[in-house]
Design a protein around this ligand. Structure first.
Ligand code: SP5
Ligand code: ZN
Length: 337
């Protein structure tokens, strides 16, 4: 399988995050990407497909914010990573404010997604890696390609960041696939956390099925999305599928759910598949509570590959850095079973 990345992806390195009321080391580190690329061996540098495919998903004003936020932060006399602390909760009118803190709040769903000096360059690079993987498949060079994205994307919505995510790489690929006539497209999200950004982006869109298996949001981030009764709206009614699972779920609990959701993707008639792959379902993940073993990722890859669809795999979470290379290579190996 061809593997794509962009060297700028390493330029994003926030120092810390707010975690259970304390500042802790930022879990989404550059080392995650380095270890994945080292484990995979032969990898390719992304081509540049420009801003247009990004703007097909994200608001122009949000993209402008991401580009300038860290400079604006420094210009306001601050140092270190830009982080918000005031948020216009649902129902506040849209105000176009200049104050950096107000702009961060307006474009963030949490206080755990800092903007560092290299954040825009890295997020842009990750999106280009995803687009390069899509391009390889669209040219029919391969049935599947892998984008070693980082920062991840599935928590980012059209106009907001969150959960370590800035640009929604999976959504950018899905939208690109639709625009090239490959709909219906399915996004299968197997990260530990619910992909709220991807769900939001396609919630009323009947061209893109969003199907997710994740930790029950009654106990886990992002809490306000991913409940089983969220099924899409308007033209997208029925094109969102959420299967929350309890903490401690292992492969025995996970496998039948994955098989069922793949059957629903097939029944829906998807022609192209985007997989949001997070290795944070791993038993040793430091911030997550499922119990998958490294070997289980091979079976997971094989079940998804059996759909027989062309597609792109984008990297999402996975924070057990010591096991991450093995977990990713094992998952990808399942696609050649
Ligand atoms: C892409 C992705 O996987 N984003 C995940 C973002 C999760 N952020 C909140 C996690 C809170 C975990 N708190 C557990 C503390 C363990 N010391
Ligand atoms: Zn995750």
């Amino acid at each position: 399988m061809r593997i794509f990345h962009h060297p700028d992806q390493l330029r994003h390195a926030p120092l810390r995050e707010l975690n259970n009321g304390e500042w802790t080391d930022y879990a989404e580190t550059p080392a995650r990407l380095t270890t994945i690329l080292n484990a995979l061996g032969e990898v390719e540098e992304a081509r540049d497909f420009g801003l247009d495919p990004i703007l097909a998903v994200h608001d122009q004003s949000y993209v402008a914010f991401l580009k300038s936020a860290h400079d604006d932060w420094l210009a306001a006399g601050r140092s270190g990573d830009a982080i918000g602390y005031t948020f216009p909760i649902v129902g506040r009118r849209k105000l176009s404010l200049a104050r950096i803190d107000a702009r961060i709040g307006a474009h963030a769903m949490d206080a755990a997604t800092p903007i560092a000096a290299g954040t825009w360059a890295a997020a842009y690079g990750a999106a280009q890696a995803a687009l390069s993987a899509f391009d390889a498949v669209a040219r029919s060079e391969e049935r599947f390609a892998f984008a070693a994205c980082r920062p991840p994307g599935h928590h980012a919505g059209a106009d907001y960041m969150g959960g370590y995510c800035y640009l929604n790489n999976a959504a950018i690929v899905a939208r690109q696939a639709v625009s090239q006539g490959l709909s219906p497209v399915a996004v299968l999200d197997v990260d530990y956390h619910h992909g709220n950004g991807t769900q939001d982006i396609f919630y009323d869109d009947g061209d893109v099925l969003f199907a997710s298996i994740h930790a029950d949001p009654t106990t886990d981030f992002p809490f306000y999305w991913g409940h089983a009764d969220e099924c899409g709206s308007g033209g997208g009614e029925g094109a969102t599928i959420n299967v929350p699972l309890p903490r401690s779920t292992d492969w025995n609990g996970y496998r039948p759910v994955l098989e069922n959701i793949c059957a629903r993707i097939a029944a829906w008639g998807a022609k192209f598949l985007v997989v949001s792959f997070g290795a944070d379902t791993f038993a040793g993940d430091p911030i997550s509570q499922f119990r998958l073993a490294t070997a289980d990722y091979r079976a997971m890859g094989a079940i998804i590959a059996k759909l027989g669809l062309p597609g792109v795999i984008v990297m999402e979470g996975g924070y057990a850095v010591g096991a991450l290379g093995a977990n990713v290579t094992t998952f990808l190996a399942g696609f050649s079973d």
